[in-house]
Design a protein around this ligand. Structure first.
Ligand SMILES: Nc1nc2c(ncn2[C@@H]2O[C@H](COP(=O)(O)OP(=O)(O)OP(=O)(O)O)[C@@H](O)[C@H]2O)c(=O)[nH]1
Length: 325
């Protein structure tokens, strides 16, 4: 950064500077006259996270870029802001004496008016107009930061949901189950409600894949998931547990009710016509179902193991049917 001149000698209109716009104060030119004007070369850093509370810079000519590292996504992710003549940087570090979070560097050769911390405080003390403009500026910065936080939160939530959904079927995935089943069981216990779980497995799916191809198999899984979601109540959950094994979680449901749901699903799947394309229906598929209900002292894995054991019995009894634990 190279010293160019004083502000008085540089000869720049004060009203063109954001911080002084509309300020009617005869003392202002005198207060700014001795401030330094510095020149920064393109690419040079003006402020970074090592600068605390020293100075405010007002861009007189050129362009600056402010890069705010995204601490959650890592240093590679930055929010970019371009600063144009008349705008200022560094005001927050002067006011709170903290280090600068963003790194500011020159996009092109630029001239900067430098206002030392003591001079800025003097301007604030002497001029209501400067204090008001500074408040406007800070409220704008706070709103922009809040909007950015909300955006990041939305994006974060989008990716969180995505990471908990199975990409083929759109059902909840195993990661979701591991997070949520223990919570659902806890809530059920606290409210002294029943809770049931159905494990289902498509019958002879290996043979189906071998005969009709893996893509047709994928389509069957997608449609089976749709049958589930369309048949269940909104407060039930359908999960892809493994390859062709699906789980249905039924909060507030006794064993008898769960068996009824399983029979309904068994029938719906049996009757659904699957197409690999719009012309040729595929052979009907069936599934086997194991139903288990939560008993006192049981945890998530014991409940799943019970449903799995019931499913095993349904398979061995001839498939296309429901067995209860
Ligand atoms: N198309 C497709 N097939 C899958 C997927 N995940 C698992 N499979 C297949 O599902 C088949 C499961 O086979 P098995 O475990 O032998 O069971 P099965 O043939 O259904 O026989 P039973 O369960 O005893 O009725 C395997 O061939 C897997 O490759 C998938 O995402 N898409």
């Amino acid at each position: 950064m190279e010293l160019l001149n004083t502000f008085a000698d540089y000869g720049h209109p004060i009203d063109a500077l954001q911080l002084f716009q509309g300020v009617v104060d005869g003392a202002l030119p005198g207060l700014l006259a001795g401030c330094q004007v510095m020149r920064v070369a393109a690419g040079e850093t003006v402020l970074d996270n090592t600068c605390a509370g020293a100075r405010l810079y007002i861009l007189l000519r050129g362009a600056l870029r402010a890069c705010q590292p995204d601490l959650e996504s890592g240093p590679a992710e930055v929010a970019d802001v371009r600063l144009m003549p008349g705008e200022c940087v560094g005001e927050l570090t002067v006011l709170d004496q903290q280090t600068q979070a963003a790194t500011i560097h020159a996009l092109q050769d630029s001239d900067l008016l430098v206002i030392e911390a003591g001079q800025l405080w003097q301007l604030i003390d002497q001029s209501n107009g400067v204090a008001r403009n500074l408040l406007h500026l800070l409220s704008f910065r706070i709103r922009a930061a809040n909007a950015q936080l909300r955006r990041r939160h939305r994006v974060g939530e989008f990716y969180r949901q995505l990471s908990l959904a199975d990409s083929l079927t759109g059902l909840q995935n195993r990661a979701w189950l591991e997070q949520n089943l223990p919570l659902l069981i806890e809530q059920t216990r606290a409210a002294d409600n029943p809770f049931s779980l159905i494990m289902l497995d498509i019958d002879h799916f290996k043979k189906f894949n071998d005969e009709h191809g893996h893509q047709a198999g994928d389509e069957v899984l997608r449609l089976a998931a749709r049958v589930l979601t369309e048949t269940l109540r909104p407060r039930d959950f359908a999960v892809r547990y493994g390859g062709e094994e699906l789980l249905v979680l039924l909060p507030n449901t006794h064993c008898k009710g769960a068996a009824g749901v399983a029979h309904r699903l068994c029938e719906s799947l049996r009757e659904t016509i699957f197409f690999s394309d719009m012309h040729k229906p595929l052979p009907h598929i069936t599934a086997s179902f194991g139903v288990a209900s939560l008993v006192p002292g049981q945890d998530a894995s014991a409940l799943i193991a019970n449903a799995d054991a019931a499913l095993y019995r349904a398979k061995h009894a001839g498939r296309n049917q429901v067995a209860q634990a």
